[in-house]
Design a protein around this ligand. Sequence first.
Ligand code: TYD
Length: 239
Amino acid sequence: MDAVTGKDAMGQGRAANLASGLFVTFEGGEGSGKSTQIKRLAQDLVQDGLNVIVTREPGGTPAGELVREVLLGGAAESLGADMEAMLFAAARRDHVVSVIRPALQAGGIVLCDRFLDSTRVYQGLANALPQQDLKALETLAIDGLMPDITILLDIDPHLGLKRAAARRGQGDGPDRFEKETLQTHIDRRNAYLALAVAEPDRFVLMPANRPEDVIAEEIALVVRTHMAAQILRQEADGG
Ligand code: TYD
């Protein structure tokens, strides 16, 4: 196997046998490079003939995209952080039921820009609802579906915010969740790190202050290793 890309672990032909799909989520603060890395991974996997679905939250369905506009545009802000949490959850459930689960059942690889951990971090820190209510909302939203892998692109907010501002260019202001204070962004980073420490089997921590190519290779290696492991398990089970 190529030590850097892991490519031989997932040869053509075997790829088509991924029975239960693979659900990969990407998390991280502003300017952590999630969208770039998702695009690169998707291109890499598609080149190998794999069935890849790229999606995002909030969004990913027609209703979810409407909810996205309401949330990121700030129209829901005056309704309160609790209502925002409920809107994120409603969009997530629609996304899981109508897009993510069907794609996984068809053996696809779903790459999702943000998922439940974003709510745990952003709404959790905003004290949107008491913890047990956020948990109940999460249970409803994910409908029993947890990511197989969560790539956490970890970045110092000083750098991440600079990158996000440069990406936006002139004229466009920060969105509802970007405009918080630097301290809030630091708290979010720490909350993400705490989640990664609590679930080391699911999370992969990627320092995001490194060259894009290096990060892309590491992500591809992690994903291919998971795929190879899943196929070996299937074969051992006689599937
Ligand atoms: P987006 O433009 O997708 O930001 P990014 O490029 O940083 O991913 O906007 C999504 C915003 O919504 C982001 O600031 C995080 C926030 N968010 C939550 O607060 N809770 C959630 O559950 C999700 C999915 C996103």
